[in-house]
Design a protein around this ligand. Structure first.
Ligand SMILES: Cc1cc2nc3c(=O)[nH]c(=O)nc-3n(C[C@H](O)[C@H](O)[C@H](O)COP(=O)(O)O)c2cc1C
Ligand code: SF4
Length: 447
């Protein structure tokens, strides 16, 4: 297994491994490093050919769900001369996830180039870059990069790349107001439309009826930043990286940004081939466990995915991780590492608090369930809970989510997976905190 850091691939447009040396790449620096060459190449092909290349590359979405990007693009209906949209998802509010931010901070034109190629391939003439509200600085960086792209003829009415193609694309940056739920793709559409960020019932899917009721593609920042590389270097190169599925599922090709946080010596974002083990990511990239402590577990890739337990340090970071290690999936591939001293009951309570705060409140099982779970865990953590409370956390968790079919979006599935995996993998810690619910038997003194 080969592994590279961000400087050696993907972000090799001058991003240093030395954090203090990193800087935002300007348009000129990006072009000097070969940037926008892939767009030039794509514009010489018919749009359908570009879609086919992305499909053949089997690029799986980097936003969390891992849906095949090229396949999603084929769901669009035929263009009818009316507006069609691209929405870039830069909400990145999943706790522990900080990989899209790196691209925005240092390599914003790689995302813009990916956006321009996607618009050309899918015949989308209006693009929105949706960024979470808290990222004031990143919104400014991105706005400057968009302005540079306009000034250099990438976007604008003259047609893509100063008229190299008559197909014209406009781009607008839209700031969110700081709600996690606006990262869910249909809530994001509502937010761009100026409404409260409430997820929509699907179908219809956005490719058919999305922003303002028109065909829309929503892609994650990192997914789009991968497109220029695939066009530039080809699908064979892309597929030479990563790994095949070991259980007959879709392959995990290419490299992936993995942000490692928690109890490690060198928390950062690293770029590695999919399939790298969590142990290697921690030991070879992130400087090993802090203070030489033992690995106790890790949030798999965003809290929604659940927890990898103490015996899963060698889990392969690929899109099969869910089925192999009893978590929901790879998610954002940004693990938070816990050492042996971590109180897993407190971890569960903290995660539950996040979900109860971020539930949008539309669906009763999610609105009520997230709050009940939080209250039950507070009781257990304080030593006032019973085994019945613990069972109830599991029962409520099992009843909420798209998977049991009781909610509109996946936020509650995230809560459910986080709770069930932590309790299942560290049950003894929870039990130790619960009050015995049997009346203790006092020995009868023998006469
Ligand atoms: C509660 C929730 C939050 C989400 N947050 C994000 C996010 O911050 N960024 C993101 O790209 N996708 C997020 N997603 C996934 C999106 O709905 C969508 O699948 C993704 O943006 C599609 O892009 P991709 O196919 O390129 O991965 C979230 C999903 C849910 C259910
Ligand atoms: S599952 Fe939760 S966050 Fe999603 S729509 Fe329903 S209430 Fe809102």
């Amino acid at each position: 297994m080969r592994m590279q850091t961000v400087t050696e691939r993907f972000l090799n447009r001058n991003i240093s491994t030395n954090r203090s040396e990193r800087h935002t790449l300007s348009y000129d620096e990006y072009v000097a490093a070969g940037g926008y060459g892939a767009l030039k190449k794509a514009l010489l092909m018919p749009p359908e050919e570009v879609v086919n290349i992305v499909k053949d590359a089997e690029l799986l979405g980097r936003g969390g769900a891992g849906f095949p990007c090229g396949v999603k693009w084929t769901f669009l209906p035929e263009a009818d001369g009316k507006p069609r949209y691209l929405c870039v998802n830069c909400d990145e509010a999943e706790p522990g996830t900080f990989k899209d931010r790196l691209l925005v901070d240092f390599d914003p034109h790689s995302v813009i180039e990916g956006m321009a190629i996607a618009c050309y391939a899918c015949k989308l003439d209006i693009s929105y870059f949706f960024i979470r509200g808290e990222w004031v600085e990143q919104a400014e960086i991105m706005q400057r990069a968009i302005d540079e792209a306009y000034a250099n003829g990438i976007f604008g009415s003259q047609g893509l790349m100063s008229g190299a193609s008559s197909f014209a694309v406009e781009c607008t940056l839209q700031r969110g107001a700081g709600a996690y739920i606006c990262g869910e793709e249909t809530a994001l559409l509502e937010a761009i439309e100026g409404k409260r960020g409430w997820p929509r019932i699907k179908p219809p899917f956005p490719a058919v009826s999305g922003l303002f009721g028109r065909p829309t593609i929503i892609n994650n920042v990192e997914t789009l930043a991968a497109i220029p590389l695939i066009i530039d270097r080809g699908t064979d190169w892309w597929k030479s990286l990563g790994c095949e599925s070991s259980i007959g599922g879709p392959a995990s090709y290419g490299v992936k940004l993995m942000g490692v946080a928690g109890h490690v010596n060198n928390p950062d974002v690293f770029e590695a081939e999919l399939g790298i083990t969590l142990r290697s990511l921690v030991e070879d990239f992130a400087g090993g466990m802090k203070n030489g402590r033992k690995f106790k577990g890790a949030i798999a890739g965003g809290v929604s995915m659940g927890i990898l337990g103490p015996d899963q340090y060698d889990a392969e970071m690929d899109f099969d991780i869910g089925r192999k290690y009893s978590v929901m999936g790879l998610g954002t591939a940004c693990p938070t590492i816990f050492d042996e001293d971590t109180d897993m009951v407190a971890v569960a309570r903290n995660i539950a608090r996040f979900f109860k705060n971020e539930s949008c409140g539309q669906c009763t099982p999610c609105r009520e369930g997230t709050d009940w779970i939080y209250q039950l865990l507070c009781r257990i953590e304080s030593g006032q809970g019973s085994m019945k409370d613990l069972d109830q956390v599991i029962e409520v968790s099992n009843s909420m989510g798209i998977m049991p079919g009781t909610t509109i979006c996946g936020l509650s599935d995230g809560n459910s997976w986080a709770m069930r995996t932590i309790i299942n993998k560290y049950r003894s810690e929870f039990e130790a905190r619960c009050k015995p619910h049997m009346v203790p038997i006092t020995p009868i003194a023998s006469s």
